[in-house]
Write a protein that binds this ligand. Structure first.
Ligand SMILES: Cc1cc2nc3c(=O)[nH]c(=O)nc-3n(C[C@H](O)[C@H](O)[C@H](O)COP(=O)(O)O)c2cc1C
Ligand code: SF4
Length: 421
């Protein structure tokens, strides 16, 4: 299946540092159209489109919009989550560096729909170029009167500023990000209340991913009913995929939902180089499942991912060929989460330390049946009892490989033929 270029259609053709160029090629037209619509009608179109979040959890956007719009408390805020700290993901950086005005236009439409007056664009601190480009784009939008007071004589006021992270991964989690915007250390809060009720400084806040906002100009342009013809009946629109690992053409590709993983790897990515064979593929990012080659005909859609007790993630596909050692991969993943755990809850803080110890035994061909049992139970405890999405999703790679690659765990036991208790 070919790429379906919608969000990425203008990339390569547009100068990201020129609002003049962007506007000549259509930027902000749909925002101006939205300003002439009733706020509720914009939300209705987004509901018809069935747009779901592209940042990982896949939550329906219209529910967040409606929930923020109906709040009476003001000021209301909107946040764009551009933290993108999870290994394997780089599609938001691509959008920021290549078409910043598409994101700003999407945020403006969302801000107008919910009645927000201030926006925060929270960008991963390491993304130097994206930070400079977004700051430049915001300044240009201010000069054109697209940000500020009484935009386009509509009576709508909206200010926007860039905030940057300081190297933490967990700050990509919505409440950790809100704490960070408030100037506190980036740690999650217990939910509810949700950000739409009590977000930044306790005020109603809409928080979405970069790619999610980018869909809004297209929904306003074509209407929700036409938008939902793209993709599958339940997973509508396109998905940007960050394709990396042992692949001939790594990069960002935009495909309609329903495309198979194999099509992305073979048709768009050019397959695995040097005639090697695919051993396994990790989906979503470091917190996603690892699946074997025979499962690559599965479709990219929200429902299919839920079968792995996992969310779609942000759309990473990490290809690993037959030279890769499963235990080296798992150890790298667990060490990442051990390092990134904020320490607030015990299962995640202590659990990753023990997961690493147990995995190291198998890595050294020194595992035992009891350690296999402990590894599996501990992974499930962390998954089920951690406070935030970091701990809830970090063991998915282990849980999935215990299913699909169990023989490799047996092969790494200290003695041959170890029986599981
Ligand atoms: C540890 C952790 C890190 C996350 N990092 C990101 C991120 O970098 N970008 C992102 O959009 N969402 C990230 N999320 C998901 C956000 O909490 C939130 O669900 C998302 O930004 C909402 O936007 P969406 O509905 O448009 O997907 C992360 C979640 C967790 C638990
Ligand atoms: S799951 Fe991990 S990152 Fe999340 S609150 Fe608990 S310790 Fe912090």
């Amino acid at each position: 299946m070919p790429e379906h270029k919608m969000l990425t259609k203008r990339i390569g053709d547009i100068n990201p540092l020129s609002i003049k160029d962007a506007m000549e090629k259509g930027s902000y037209k749909q925002f101006k159209k939205a300003l002439s619509m009733e706020r509720i009608d914009i939300i209705d179109e987004i509901e018809k489109a069935n747009l779901r979040g592209r940042g990982g959890a896949g939550f329906p956007m219209h529910i967040k919009l409606m929930s923020t719009a109906k709040q009476e408390a003001t000021p209301k805020y909107i946040v764009c989550n551009a933290d993108e700290g999870e290994p394997g993901n780089f599609k938001d950086r691509y959008l920021m560096e290549k078409d910043p005005h598409m994101i700003l236009e999407g945020m403006l439409i969302a801000a107008y729909a919910v009645g927000a007056s201030r926006g925060f664009f929270y960008i991963r601190g390491e993304y130097d170029q994206a930070i400079s480009i977004m700051k430049w784009a915001i300044e240009e939008a201010k000069e054109k009167g697209l940000l500020g007071k009484n935009i386009n004589d509509s009576g709508f006021d909206f200010e926007m500023e860039v905030r940057t992270g300081a190297g933490s991964y967990v700050v990509g989690e919505e409440f950790a990000m809100i704490e960070s915007i408030e100037g506190k250390s980036g740690r999650t809060r217990v939910k509810p209340p949700f950000p739409t009720d009590e977000g930044v400084f306790g005020m109603p806040t809409l928080l979405n991913n970069v790619e999610t906002y980018c869909n809004l100009p297209f929904i306003v342009e074509m209407g929700g009913n036409n938008y939902k013809k793209i993709g599958t009946p339940t997973s509508t629109g396109t998905k940007l995929i960050s394709l990396s690992g042992n692949i001939t053409n790594p990069g960002v590709y935009e495909v309609p939902f329903g495309t198979t993983i194999r099509e992305v790897i073979d048709t768009l990515g050019g397959g695995v180089p040097s005639d090697r064979k695919i051993k396994m593929v990790q989906l979503g990012g470091a917190c996603g499942p690892i699946i074997p080659e025979f499962m690559l005909d599965m479709q990219i859609d929200y429902e299919r991912f839920e079968e792995f007790e996992s969310k779609t993630g942000a759309g990473a596909i990490i290809v690993m060929d037959d030279r890769q050692d499963l235990f080296e991969v798992l150890l790298r993943i667990v060490k990442f989460f051990e390092h990134e755990s904020c320490g607030r809850c015990t299962p995640c803080r202590e659990g990753h330390v023990h997961l690493e110890k147990l995995l190291r035994k198998f890595f050294k061909h020194d595992g035992t049946p009891n350690e296999l049992y402990s590894l599996e139970s501990l992974a499930r405890v962390i998954h089920q009892s951690s406070l935030c999405g970091l701990g809830q999703s970090s063991p998915i790679s282990i849980i999935s490989t215990l299913g699909y690659f169990r023989n490799e765990f047996h092969d790494r036991m200290a003695f041959d033929g170890g029986e599981e208790s």
